[in-house]
Structure formats: structure tokens, C-alpha cells
Write a protein that binds this ligand. Structure first.
Ligand code: SF4
Length: 399
């Protein structure tokens, strides 16, 4: 089975080193040995930034420029813009028909984001429904794996649950359905009522105890055949023929690149170093970074593990330089300015070719459009196959 990976990024501003070390380096490795679909999630950006369409338009192209600049290759991975593949919106709508409201409301980010982005009105249908759109993004391409950090596993769970629910609702043949109905009848009225209630509660809440209680009713039923018993077991769990593939989590290591103040690198903290930052800015930002508070003066020894500069050395400096930092910091043999200077040149050197390639692509909007169009064409071909399967089983006589 070919490993298929799907992942997207929202176009809400230029990328910084947190994105580069946390996401893009991972994508670069994935494009070498998997079928990859990487998309600019412009529809997702609208769920929170619907009042700023200009920003989305500009950031969409910036993102594509930066992807190409770091080495994502349209010959190796399908690079496209989400809204250019209308199947994303169509599948999201169709999934929405069978997505329980409670599943959307319990997604952890729903309330968190509403809290965090208080300046925006996020009491919208689009924002509530974004997990259905995100599920559509993944399920359209038969993804086998979705790269996520440990803190995002819950986001993928809804896509997996929706695939299961969809397959349960639409993935049964008429004869399977008839056998299930006969099996339910054979249980008797009271047991059937209990079973249906437990199944409903389990599918809504996902509690293994509810499933175990429901399974016990099926196991204890004497009046049904083994085939029917197994069909009923699948029915309880919401399993059926697989029309939508349930993707697996591809756990990615958390980015070791903190922000300039030691917290997570994030635009909202104002502690980022941009992927395309001008060398003078890089120098200025790195030289003014806070250091280990123990190094009050030049002659106070410090501890790299307590210093936000150290993870930068780990990402950019040679083993020899790292040893020099460790020794010099702990013995107060070097000053923080010396330590940072050594880093500044490395960061600027690594960014130079990225900036150069970004300038190259930014000056070629027509070529960018062509790359986006070719990617969207490939994506549409794959997505159309999934959508056709979905439309057929949902009773839409489109084809
Ligand atoms: S010498 Fe380097 S690692 Fe040590 S506190 Fe200063 S900047 Fe941080």
C-alpha cells in the first residue's frame, strides 16, 4: 500500500523558523518517500480571518514562495491551494450532514481559539464546522498518515471518527443491512432497545464501557448466527465497508526551536525570527535575545540549558561550536555577545539561499500560478474519485 500523506498550512502571514524546523523540514523528508499532498489552507484561513481577505490572498502566494524556497518540489509532492480544488468544500458539506454537533463542540480548539481570539467574532457556522472541512481535506486523498504533533492528535481523531461513522452509515450492502435488521429483531424488544441506546451513546461519547455493555448483549444472544453476531459487532462500533479510509497519526517530533524569548515561537508572542528575515534584522534580534539570568555580568558562569540561545546553537552550530559554548558558558570563559555572534553568522548563512530562492520565485508570479494550477489538477483528479464514491452512496445521482 502506498503511504499517502496530507498536510496543510493556513496562509495567515509569513513563515518563521518555528514553522521551518517544526513542519517544513519534516515535509521535506516526507516528499522523498511518500505520496504527499501539501496544500495552502486558504478556506481554513477564512474560518478565523474572514474579515481580511486581502491578507489571505497575499499570504497564499507568500506561502507557496516559501515552500519552494525551502526545497519543496512540485515534482515530488503535490503542492496546491485548497480553494482551487472544489471537492474540499463539497466533501465538507456532505460530511456536515452526518457530523453530530456535539463532536464539533467538544473539539478542544473550538473553545480555546474563541478565548484566544477574543477580538474576532468566531461564533460562526464556518468556525464551528472547520473540523468537518479538515476531515474532508484528509479523507479526500485516502491519506494513510497525517503528520501531527502530540498536541494535535485530538484534531485528527475527529477525521478518524467521521470516516468510521460514514462507513458505518453508508458502507453496508443491502443484504448486510437486512441481516443486521433480522439480528436486532431476534434479540427481542427490550434487548434491542437497550442495545440501540448503548450504541447511540457510545457513538456520541466514545466510552469503551458503553461499547462493552452493548457487546455483552450481542455475545449473550443465543438466537442469532455467528455471521449475524459479527455483523452486529461491527454495527455497534460503526464499522462497515471502507468508503473513506481512516488515517493514522504520524507523530512528528515537537519543534526544538523556541521563540526569541524562550517561549514557543509564535506571532502572537512577538518572538519570531522570519524565514526570510533580512540579515540585519536577524543580527539585531539574536544579539538582543535574553540569556541565562544567572549571567548577570561577564564573569558570572551560566548554564546553556537555561538559555534560549542554546537551542539555536543546537539547530545551527557544529558539534565543536556547541562544545565551545557549553564549556565557555559554564566557565564564564566566553561572553554572551561572543556566543551569539557565532550563532548569528550561521543563521544568516543558512537563510541566505532560502532568501535568494524566495526572491527568485516572488519575482515570477506566472510560474507560481502554473505550479499551483498543475498541483490543483493532480489533486482534483484524486479528490474527484473519492467524492464520486461518497456521492454515490449518499444517494446523489450525479454521475
Ligand atoms: S554564553 Fe551563550 S549559552 Fe551561555 S548564557 Fe550566554 S548566550 Fe546563553
Amino acid at each position: 500500500m502506498t503511504a499517502i500523506v496530507v498536510s496543510g498550512m493556513r496562509p495567515t502571514g509569513r513563515l518563521h523558523l518555528g514553522h521551518y524546523h517544526g513542519v517544513l523540514k519534516n515535509w521535506l523528508a516526507l516528499q522523498e518517500n511518500r505520496e504527499c499532498y501539501f496544500f495552502v489552507a486558504d478556506l481554513h484561513a477564512l474560518t478565523t480571518h474572514y474579515e481580511h481577505p486581502e491578507g489571505i490572498r497575499n499570504s497564499t502566494w507568500d506561502l507557496l514562495v516559501e515552500w519552494l524556497a525551502v526545497g519543496l518540489d512540485p515534482e515530488k509532492a503535490v503542492l496546491f491551494i485548497q480553494s482551487w480544488v472544489p471537492q474540499h468544500a463539497e466533501l465538507a458539506l456532505l460530511l456536515g450532514m452526518m457530523t453530530p454537533l456535539s463532536w464539533l463542540e467538544r473539539v478542544p480548539t473550538f473553545k480555546d481559539q474563541q478565548e484566544q481570539l477574543r477580538d474576532k467574532d468566531l461564533a460562526t457556522y464556518g468556525f464551528l464546522g472547520y473540523p468537518a472541512l479538515m476531515s474532508a481535506d484528509i479523507l479526500l486523498y485516502d491519506a494513510t498518515e497525517v503528520p501531527v504533533g502530540a498536541d494535535q492528535v485530538a484534531h485528527l481523531e475527529i477525521a478518524r471518527e467521521l470516516a468510521r461513522r460514514f462507513n458505518s452509515l453508508y458502507g453496508r450492502t443491502a443484504s448486510d443491512q437486512a441481516a443486521i435488521e433480522a439480528g436486532l429483531q431476534a434479540l427481542g424488544k427490550k434487548a434491542r432497545r437497550n442495545l440501540e441506546k448503548l450504541r447511540e451513546d457510545y457513538q456520541r461519547e466514545g466510552s469503551p464501557q458503553l461499547l462493552a455493555q452493548a457487546q455483552a448483549i450481542v455475545t449473550d444472544a443465543a438466537s442469532i448466527s455467528e455471521v449475524t453476531r459479527s455483523l452486529l459487532m461491527n454495527y455497534l462500533e460503526g464499522k462497515g465497508r471502507s468508503i473513506l479510509r481512516e488515517p493514522q497519526v504520524l507523530l512528528t517530533a515537537a519543534s526544538k526551536m523556541p521563540g526569541l524569548d524562550g517561549r514557543k515561537m509564535s506571532k502572537s508572542y512577538g518572538n519570531t525570527l522570519g524565514l526570510r528575515e533580512e540579515p540585519e534584522q536577524v543580527r539585531k534580534k539574536l544579539l538582543t535575545m535574553p540569556t541565562d539570568p544567572a549571567r548577570v555580568g561577564r564573569h558570572d558562569p551560566g548554564e546553556p540549558e537555561r538559555c534560549p540561545v542554546w537551542p539555536f546553537h543546537q539547530a545551527y552550530s557544529s558539534v565543536e561550536t556547541q562544545a565551545w559554548v557549553q564549556e565557555g558558558c559554564r566557565s564564564a570563559g566566553i561572553g554572551c555577545v561572543d556566543c551569539k555572534q557565532a550563532l548569528v553568522e550561521k543563521v544568516i548563512a543558512e537563510q541566505a539561499p532560502i532568501r535568494e530562492r524566495a526572491d527568485y520565485w516572488a519575482a515570477r508570479p506566472d510560474d507560481l500560478r502554473q505550479i499551483a494550477a498543475a498541483g490543483a489538477q493532480k489533486a482534483r483528479e484524486k479528490a474527484a474519485q473519492t467524492l464520486a464514491r461518497v456521492q454515490e452512496v449518499m444517494g446523489l445521482d450525479v454521475h
